[in-house]
Write a new protein. Structure first.
Length: 198
């Protein structure tokens, strides 16, 4: 009975804490630990947001490639080229843009892991939970907005045809087999979907 009361009390306490602004919470957390600066906690949030944005950008660019459309930022004028040549060049530019974004995503992931490991070894489990919860909430909010923007852009490029943006929208794994991220990205288009290497 006593344990249940403590658990409920902690839940209520966490609910109130996580309703506060991110700035107030990280100020309180950083003031508890001499080796932890508020800038480290701000950087952790920014890296988490950048990492998620890079992931969503890769998905959008891959969707453009799969639908055989070119995003507007690659549709600048190419002088002294035929329409066929321009199309070929833009496809190459799209592939390069995907590769570049993947490289950025990888680097951000490494930096994010290093910083989060450093912060989480210093802080208590309660502070880690609060910090993780708040960052996750901010990242999900930003990701929702980015998803809407990407979906709108893709609809405009494909004349309102749509593709699923996240594997969780279409794929449900009922087996014990662990599906890799690459396999999920393919499965989300359905079992009739096929791809080719060019």
């Amino acid at each position: 009975m006593k344990f249940k009361i403590i658990v409920n009390y902690n839940k209520i306490l966490l609910l109130f804490i996580t309703k506060r602004t991110f700035g107030c919470v990280i100020y309180d957390i950083s003031s508890k630990y001499p080796d932890l600066e508020i800038n480290d906690l701000r950087k952790l949030e920014k890296l988490s947001l950048k990492y998620k944005k890079a992931e969503l950008d890769i998905t959008f660019l891959n969707n453009c490639k799969n639908y055989n459309v070119i995003p507007k930022f690659l549709c600048y004028k190419l002088p002294f080229t035929t329409a066929i040549d321009a199309r070929y060049i833009r496809k190459k530019l799209l592939k390069n843009a995907i590769k570049k974004r993947k490289d950025e995503h990888y680097k951000l992931g490494k930096e994010l892991k290093r910083l989060s490991n450093y912060i989480f070894t210093i802080t208590s489990s309660l502070d880690r939970y609060i910090l993780s919860h708040l960052i996750k909430r901010n990242v999900e909010k930003a990701a929702h907005s980015d998803n809407k923007t990407h979906e709108k852009k893709l609809k405009g490029l494909t004349n309102n045809k749509t593709l699923p943006f996240l594997p969780s929208e279409t794929v449900m794994n009922l087996s014990s087999y662990h599906i890799t991220d690459e396999e999920l990205e393919l499965l989300k288009y359905g079992l009739n979907y096929a791809f080719y290497l060019s």
